[in-house]
Design a protein around this ligand. Structure first.
Ligand SMILES: Nc1ncnc2c1ncn2[C@@H]1O[C@H](COP(=O)(O)OP(=O)(O)OP(=O)(O)O)[C@@H](O)[C@H]1O
Length: 332
């Protein structure tokens, strides 16, 4: 766990970039710092690896004050990914990735083998290993940046707007890959973005900061969407928060109604459609208990009779729901 305890950063000249910040960043999860430009996100992030020194308060990692650690060793144990990847232009992809292993004195063969393994892990073609950064697309460069940060197998990864400089489609892919990668590696990731949608998509927890470096709210995405702490958080989240919250809430608690006779069941016991005025109409989408409320609502919206079908893992119907099931869903 990384803990901020009443941390303040005052730059020479008097700007208070971070003001009395206290929060606990859980291990093995993604925590996102989000907020408008100048609210102190980068400053907060960089105080963790001491590339910026705090003015007061304490930042600790697993209970140990980071100021008691040697900054160089501290930094080697913390991966760091920035916008535009920040790759060394005169080093190949493999050599860029092997930067920290080499600094740590690994032999060449081991460093190369680790680089090749990471190239595949972040979804890059191994043929790119001997290219230079300028010969890669923006999205590929970011993947190399992530691979480089992972090379020494750090417990913590700091990511500062890593996906901001690529187009929306590549950005979406990189976000998906980060989530996939994180399911395997389970690092403690602190991620900075100004994009609330990115924060909600990636974060297990989201810290919303306001200008002046004050924490406005620290909560999981579903909680943020359902219960914004104040008007600032609400307006920062933007429109459709009720609808967006459905993605994070489980369908498991929805009250199911009995399967009605109008549901047509095929020879395998699976739902095949709805009988409406003597005709069989297509079923629409079905959902499982383990899906989100969004999937459940989709099943209602796509049903010809306004009833979504809940199926078990074998695809057999266990009950149905109507629109009324969603009333008050966010207030539970
Ligand atoms: N080296 C510095 N010297 C003086 N003031 C600074 C310095 N670095 C940042 N600041 C100021 O501190 C405040 C917070 O900056 P910071 O870069 O942490 O914000 P941010 O939320 O990451 O912004 P952005 O989204 O625009 O990158 C800003 O007002 C900024 O101008």
């Amino acid at each position: 766990m990384i803990e901020f305890d009443q941390v303040t950063k005052r730059y020479p000249g008097g700007t208070v970039a971070v003001d009395d910040l206290s929060l606990r960043i859980p291990s093995n999860e993604i925590t996102v710092f989000v907020g408008p430009s100048g609210c102190g996100k980068t400053t907060s992030l960089r105080m963790i690896n001491r590339t910026i020194e705090r003015s007061s308060g304490v930042i600790s990692i697993d209970g140990e004050d980071i100021n008691d650690r040697d900054p160089v060793t501290l930094r080697r144990g913390i991966g760091y990914v920035i916008q535009h990847a920040g790759l060394f232009p005169h080093r190949t992809v493999a050599d860029n990735i092997a930067t920290v292993p080499k600094l740590l004195g690994w032999d060449k063969r081991k460093a190369r083998a680790t680089a090749m393994e990471l190239i595949e892990r972040v979804g890059l073609d191994p043929k790119l290993a001997d290219r230079y950064p300028a010969q890669l697309s923006g999205g590929q460069q970011q993947r190399v940046g992530v691979a480089r940060a992972l090379a020494a197998d750090p417990l913590i990864m700091l990511m500062d707007e890593p996906f901001s400089a690529v187009d929306p489609i590549v950005r979406h892919q990189l976000q998906e890959e980060l989530l996939r990668l994180q399911r395997d590696i389970g690092k403690t990731i602190v991620f900075v973005t100004h994009d609330i949608d990115e924060a909600i998509k990636l974060g297990d927890n989201v810290a919303v900061l306001r200008v002046g470096g004050k924490l406005a709210q620290f909560a999981p995405p579903a909680e943020l969407l359902a219960n914004p702490a104040d008007d600032f958080v609400e307006s920062f989240i933007g429109q459709d928060r009720g609808y967006r919250a459905l993605t994070f809430l489980p369908a498991a608690d929805l009250p199911l109604e009995a399967v009605p006779d109008e549901l047509v069941i095929d020879a395998d016991g699976k739902p095949a459609g709805w009988r409406v005025d003597g005709e069989v109409k297509p079923l629409g989408a079905s959902f499982q208990r383990s899906d989100s409320l969004r999937a459940a609502l989709d099943s209602v919206l796509t049903s010809p009779v306004g009833h979504g079908v809940c199926v078990d893992e074998g695809g057999k119907p266990v009950g149905v729901i109507g629109y009324a099931a969603f009333s008050g869903a966010l207030r539970r």
